[in-house]
Design a protein around this ligand. Structure first.
Ligand SMILES: [Zn+2]
Ligand SMILES: [Zn+2]
Length: 900
C-alpha cells in the first residue's frame, strides 16, 4: 500500500474547468446558500438586481455578481445568517419587443396572434431563459439562495403589486388623468420621462405666415410669422403665443389670426414661457401635440385638437390630409403652404428630439389618458412618497456609497414629477381596475366577478404597469409582503443593495419610495428597503467606449470566465476600479489575475508536499520566541492584513482589499517567505511547516470571497492536515479576525531590512552582469541590523544565490573588486569576478593603437590648408569635435593601462 501525500493529490496546474462546477455543486447541495434563521443574530440580506429575462448576462451583471458575492461570502464566513435573494425581471417592454421581433420573422403581428396567445408564447420564452440565467450566475460563483428565486410575475409578486396599487389608489396617490405623455408609435405605448433618449436631429425650421384678421372677419394685409419644425401639426393649432414683453407684437395682442390652409380663426395670447429670441418670437400653440403647448393651452383655455393618431397617421381632424402618414402630410402641407403663399422661408436647424429608448423611433408627444402616481402629494400629514424618500437619506437611515452620489439622488428626488405608470403593452402586470357598462369602476386586489354597484359584467383595464413598478417592490415583496412571513419579519430591512449608477432613478429611487410606504408600520428605521446602497461604475471597452450590440464591442463574461477562470474574472473586475467609477475591460488584467491563481496553486502545492502525511498544529503565540525572525515577520504581516481586510470590507473598498490580499500572498508569502524557509526545511527544521500551514489557511480564507473556487479547492486539500476542529468547507469556515497577538514591529522592521538587502544584492548582480549560476561572496557591513542579517543568512544565501558574511561596520573589506550598495546602516559589497590582467592589457593596447591612428589622421587632414578652404564649415566643425573626443579617449585608455 502506498501512502498518498496531499500535495500529490493536487494536479500540477490549476484547471478551473475541472474544479468550478464540481465545487459549486458541493456548496449548493450542502445547503450553504440557504440561511438558517437565528433570532439571536442579525442577518445579512441583499437582493439581486433582477436581470431581464430577455437575454444573457452581460459584463455589468458579472461585476455585480462579483461585488455581491464578496459581501455575501464575507458575512456568511462571519456566521451571519446570510441571504442573497436572486430574481429575474419580466422586463415588460423589452421582452415584448423581443417576442414581437420573433413574430415579425414569421410575418405575423401580436394583434394577429391575440393577447392570450401572445402572453402564452412569452411565458414559453421566459421558462427557457430563466433557468439559463440562473446557470450563468452559478458559473460565476454567485452563492445566491436559488430556493428563494423570484420572478417578477410570480403569484406572490402579483399580489404585492395589486395590493400596492390599491392602497396607493385609496390614498389618492394613483389617479387616471389626461396628460401629455411620450408616445412611441412603434411600440404603441406611453413611456416615462426616463425612457426617452434625446438625440440631435438635423431638420428645418419653417417660417409660416398667419394672416391677421380685421373687423368683420376679413383678413388684413398683415401677417404674424411663426417658426415651426413640425408643419404637419398646423392642422391642430388652436392659438399663437408671444411673450407679453415683446414690443413687436404689442398691437396684435387680442386679435384673431387665420390658420393657413385650414381657414380657422385662432387667438393671439401672451405667455411668459415664450422666448422672444426663438424664431420670430411668435409660436404656434398645438396643445394636442407638444408638451409645452399643452401647458400654454391649459393656462389660456385653448381647445385641444388631436390630429395624429397613436400609430402616427393623420385622423379626421386633419381635414384634407386625413388618412396620410404624418410624414406624407408634412410634405403635402408644405406644398400647399408654398402654393398659397403662406410659406415665408425655411432654414436648416439642429435640435434635440425625443426617441424611444427601446426602439429608437421618434416619439410623438400625445395627450393621453394614463395612470399616474402622485409622488409629491401628502397621503398623511407631513408625508409624501418623494418627501419620505428624501428624508430617509438626509436623516442617514439609508447611506449612499460612494457618498458623492447622494447629491445626484437628492437633486432628482427634489425635482421629481408624477410618474406615468401605465403602459399599453400585453406583457406585464395588468392594472387591477375593472369597468362595467354603466361606467362604474372597481379597484381591488382580487379579480371581481360582477360590478358591486350594478351587478353588471366587468372588463379589466387593458394597460399593464411600468416594469419598474414591480421591481421597485423587490426588497419587501420578494420576502413575502403583503403576507406577514417569517422571511419578511427576519430579513427586512435588507442590509445592502448594489446597482449601476445608471439605474439610480429607475430602480433605487422607486424601491425607497415603495419600501417606506408599504412598510411604514415598522416606523422610519424599520421601513427602509436597505441600509446602504452601493453604486458601481460601468465596464467600457479597451478604448473607453460604452459596450453596445450595435458597436459590436460587447464582451461576454461567461466566455471570459471560461477562458481565464471565474476567479480570475471576478478578481480582475473587482480590482479594475474603485466603487462608482467606470473601468476599461482588458484581457491583460484577466491574464494577470489568472497568473495570481496559478501562483497560489503552485505555492500551496509546494506547502502540501512538504507537509506530507503530517497533521500540523498551529504556531502558538506563547511559543513566539522559538520561531525565527522570518516566521514572526510573516505572522505579524498576516495579522496586519487581517486587520486591514476587515476595515476595508466594512468601508466597501472591495478592490483595495483584494489588491492588499494579493500583494501579501503573491509577494510576501510566495516570493519571500516560502523561498526563505526552503533551506530550513531542507535541513529538517519543521517549525516553518506550522507557519506555512497557518498562513496558507488564513490567506485562503481571506481570499475566498474574491476567488471562491481556487481557494476552496486548495483548502479542501489543506484541511485534513490541520489539527483543528473546523467545518468541512471553506465557504462556511470562520473569516480571520485579528487578535493582535502576533503583531511584532521589531520582526517587521528587521525583515524589511533583510528584504531590502536582498534586493540590493540582486540589483548589483544584474548591474554587473554576473552569471546566473555564480554564487559570489557578499560582505554586509552592519551595526544595528547585523543580528537580523546573521539570523537570515541561510535564507539570503539560498534566495539570492550568494555566500554572505556579516561583519561589523568598522571591518575592512578584503582585497579585490566589489560592487557596492547601501541599505540604511548596512553597506553591501558583492565580490566581482577576478579579471585576467594580461588579456585586459592586450585588449586595451589594441584599442589605444586604433584610437591613436584615428587621431593622427584627423589631425593631419585638419592641418591641410587646401582642404580647410574647400570643405563646408559644418564638416570642419564636425571633424574638430571628433578629434577632441578621440583625444579624450586616448588619454582615458592610457590611464587605465597605467592602473593594471
Ligand atoms: Zn418604441
Ligand atoms: Zn356597474
Amino acid at each position: 500500500m502506498t501512502t498518498q501525500t496531499p500535495g500529490s493529490v493536487l494536479p500540477p496546474a490549476y484547471e478551473p474547468a475541472s474544479v468550478e462546477s464540481r465545487v459549486y455543486e458541493m456548496w449548493e447541495s450542502a445547503g450553504h446558500f440557504q440561511p438558517r434563521i437565528d433570532l439571536d443574530r442579525e442577518p445579512y440580506t441583499i437582493v439581486m438586481p433582477p436581470p431581464n429575462v430577455t437575454g444573457e448576462l452581460h459584463l455589468g451583471h458579472g461585476l455585480e455578481d462579483a461585488i455581491t458575492d464578496v459581501l455575501v461570502r464575507w458575512h456568511r464566513m462571519q456566521g451571519d445568517p446570510t441571504l442573497w435573494l436572486p430574481g429575474e425581471d419580466h422586463a415588460g417592454i423589452a421582452t415584448q419587443n423581443v417576442i414581437e421581433k420573433e413574430l415579425a420573422k414569421e410575418g405575423r403581428t401580436r394583434h394577429e396572434l391575440g393577447r392570450e396567445a401572445f402572453v402564452e408564447r412569452t411565458w414559453m420564452w421566459v421558462r427557457k431563459y430563466r433557468s439559463r440565467i440562473a446557470d450563468q450566475h452559478r458559473k460565476l460563483g454567485a452563492s445566491a439562495d436559488w430556493t428563494r428565486d423570484v420572478f417578477t410575475l410570480d403569484p406572490g409578486i402579483v399580489k404585492a403589486v395589486r395590493t400596492t396599487f390599491v392602497n396607493l389608489y385609496n390614498h389618492g396617490l394613483i389617479y387616471k388623468g389626461l396628460r401629455m405623455i411620450n408616445w412611441c408609435p412603434r411600440c404603441e405605448t406611453a413611456l416615462s420621462d426616463l425612457e426617452v433618449d434625446y438625440l440631435d436631429v438635423q431638420s428645418k425650421l419653417y417660417y409660416v405666415r398667419y394672416p391677421v384678421m380685421g373687423e368683420g372677419g376679413m383678413p388684413l394685409p398683415a401677417y404674424v410669422t411663426v417658426a415651426t419644425t413640425r408643419p404637419e401639426t398646423i392642422v391642430a393649432d388652436t392659438g399663437v403665443a408671444v411673450n407679453p414683453g415683446d414690443e413687436r407684437y404689442e398691437e396684435r395682442i387680442g386679435r384673431q389670426l387665420l390658420l393657413p390652409i385650414i381657414g380657422r380663426d385662432i387667438p393671439i395670447v401672451t405667455d411668459e414661457h415664450v422666448k422672444p429670441e426663438f424664431g420670430t418670437g411668435a409660436v404656434k400653440v398645438t396643445p394636442g401635440h407638444d408638451p409645452n403647448d399643452w401647458e400654454i393651452g391649459q393656462r389660456h383655455d385653448l381647445p385641444v385638437i388631436i390630429a395624429i393618431d397613436p400609430k402616427g397617421n393623420m385622423n379626421d381632424e386633419a381635414g384634407p390630409y386625413s388618412g396620410m402618414s404624418a410624414e406624407d402630410a408634412r410634405v403635402a402641407i408644405l406644398r400647399d403652404l408654398e402654393d398659397e403663399g403662406f410659406l415665408d422661408h425655411a432654414e436648416d436647424y439642429t435640435h434635440s428630439v425625443g426617441h424611444c429608448s427601446r426602439c429608437k423611433t421618434v416619439l410623438q408627444p400625445l395627450p393621453s389618458e394614463q395612470w399616474w402616481m402622485a409622488v409629491n402629494k401628502e397621503y398623511e400629514p407631513g408625508h409624501s412618497l418623494a418627501g419620505d424618500a428624501i428624508a430617509a437619506v438626509t436623516e442617514g437611515r439609508i447611506a449612499i456609497v460612494p457618498q458623492r452620489f447622494e447629491k445626484v439622488y437628492l437633486n432628482w428626488m427634489e425635482n421629481i414629477r408624477d410618474w406615468c405608470i401605465s403602459r399599453q403593452l400585453w406583457w406585464g402586470h395588468q392594472i387591477p381596475v375593472w369597468y362595467c357598462e354603466n361606467r362604474h369602476m372597481v379597484c381591488q386586489v382580487e379579480d371581481p366577478d360582477v360590478c358591486p354597484e350594478c351587478g353588471g359584467a366587468l372588463t379589466q383595464d387593458e394597460d399593464v404597469l411600468d416594469t419598474w413598478f414591480s421591481s421597485g417592490l423587490a426588497p419587501h415583496a420578494d420576502l413575502g409582503w403583503p403576507d406577514d412571513t417569517e422571511d419578511l419579519r427576519y430579513f427586512y430591512p435588507t442590509s445592502d443593495m448594489q446597482m449601476g449608477y445608471d439605474i439610480m432613478f429607475f430602480w433605487c429611487a422607486r424601491m425607497i419610495m415603495f419600501g417606506l410606504y408599504n412598510m411604514r408600520e415598522r416606523g422610519p428605521e424599520g421601513a427602509v428597503p436597505f441600509r446602504n446602497v452601493l453604486f458601481h461604475g460601468l465596464i467600457r471597452d479597451a478604448n473607453g467606449e460604452k459596450m453596445t450590440k450595435s458597436r459590436g464591442n460587447v464582451v461576454d463574461p461567461l466566455i471570459v470566465a471560461s477562458t481565464y477562470g471565474a476567479d480570475a474574472f471576478r478578481f480582475a473586475v473587482l480590482t479594475g476600479a474603485t466603487l462608482g467609477a467606470d473601468q476599461k475591460y482588458s484581457d491583460e488584467r484577466m491574464a494577470a489575475a489568472r497568473n495570481f491563481a496559478n501562483k497560489l496553486w503552485n505555492s500551496a502545492r509546494f506547502v502540501l508536499m512538504k507537509v506530507g502525511p503530517r497533521e500540523i498544529k498551529r504556531p502558538h503565540y506563547l511559543d513566539r520566541d522559538l520561531l525565527a525572525v522570518e516566521d514572526r515577520w510573516i505572522m505579524s504581516r498576516l495579522e496586519q492584513l487581517t486587520n486591514d481586510a476587515d476595515s476595508l470590507l466594512k468601508a466597501y473598498q472591495l478592490g483595495e482589499c483584494a489588491r492588499q490580499i494579493e500583494d501579501f500572498l503573491r509577494g510576501e508569502f510566495c516570493d519571500w517567505y516560502i523561498e526563505m524557509v526552503k533551506p530550513r526545511l531542507l535541513a529538517g527544521d519543521e517549525r516553518p511547516l506550522q507557519v506555512l500551514v497557518h498562513v496558507l489557511d488564513h490567506g485562503l480564507r481571506l481570499l475566498h470571497p474574491f476567488m471562491p473556487f481556487v481557494t476552496e479547492e486548495l483548502w479542501q486539500a489543506l484541511r485534513p492536515q490541520i489539527d483543528d476542529d473546523m467545518p468541512s468547507q471553506l465557504i462556511v469556515a470562520w473569516f480571520p479576525k485579528s487578535g493582535a497577538n502576533w503583531k511584532d514591529a521589531a520582526a517587521e522592521q528587521a525583515m524589511e531590512h533583510v528584504i531590502e538587502v536582498n534586493r540590493t544584492i540582486r540589483n548589483i548582480r544584474a548591474e554587473k552582469k554576473l552569471e546566473a549560476s555564480a554564487r559570489p561572496r557578499v560582505v554586509a557591513r552592519a551595526d544595528g541590523y547585523a543580528g537580523a542579517l546573521r539570523e537570515t543568512l541561510g535564507a539570503t544565501n539560498f534566495t539570492s544565490r550568494v555566500e554572505l558574511e556579516v561583519v561589523d561596520g568598522a571591518a575592512a573589506l578584503p582585497a579585490g573588486e566589489w560592487g557596492f550598495g547601501r541599505v540604511a546602516d548596512t553597506e553591501v559589497a558583492v565580490a566581482l569576478p577576478e579579471v585576467d590582467t594580461a588579456a585586459e592589457r592586450a585588449r586595451l593596447e589594441k584599442e589605444l593603437a586604433e584610437a591613436s591612428a584615428h587621431m593622427e589622421r584627423l589631425d593631419k587632414q585638419l592641418g591641410n590648408e587646401t582642404f580647410r578652404a574647400k570643405a563646408p564649415t559644418h564638416v570642419i566643425q564636425g571633424m574638430e569635435g571628433t578629434l577632441a573626443e578621440t583625444r579624450d579617449r586616448v588619454a582615458g585608455l592610457r590611464e587605465r593601462l597605467g592602473t593594471l
